[in-house]
Design a protein. Structure first.
Length: 145
């Protein structure tokens, strides 16, 4: 087995580790190993292979990783999940909302949620409402006019 093949195997293993960890740290070393494989394939000495591996790994960790992390962080802030995803959405009252009788349900995307009105008012069945807040499994809603 040639030395460049060993470097390529190391790079592949590091890419697999990166997929498992997803912190974009291990991939920097995989890139370094890829460049070391290139140096080995071109006949570079073991010293040069190690120097290139270390230098490229360090440079990608210092310069490339922060750019990618900022991009991924910005992207993840744009995606709403859990409670954030439902607040502001509209639904249809499927059971009359009445605080005095402790009743009320709202249908959103095929799911039926227990609901209360924001101001304690009665909201009739079939009316469109906007979700103001999610508290555990109970929606607080207001009528849409």
């Amino acid at each position: 087995m040639e030395v460049y093949q060993i470097w390529l195997i190391v790079a592949i293993i590091l890419v697999i580790l990166e997929i498992a960890t997803a912190g974009f740290g291990v991939i920097c070393f995989a890139i370094g190993a890829g460049f070391a494989a290139l140096v080995a394939g071109l006949g570079g000495s073991a010293t040069w292979q190690i120097v290139i591996f270390a230098a490229i790994s360090l440079l990608t960790f210092i310069f490339l990783r922060p750019v990618v992390m900022r991009f991924l962080e910005k992207r993840s802030k744009d995606v709403k999940t859990n409670a954030e995803a439902i607040v502001g959405r509209k639904g249809i009252v499927s059971e009359r909302i009445d605080a005095a009788q402790h009743t009320g349900r709202v249908a959103i995307d095929g799911d039926d949620w227990k609901a209360v009105s924001e101001d304690g008012s009665v909201i009739e069945n079939g009316q469109t409402v906007e979700i103001v807040k999610l508290d555990s499994i109970i929606l607080t809603v207001k009528p849409v006019h």
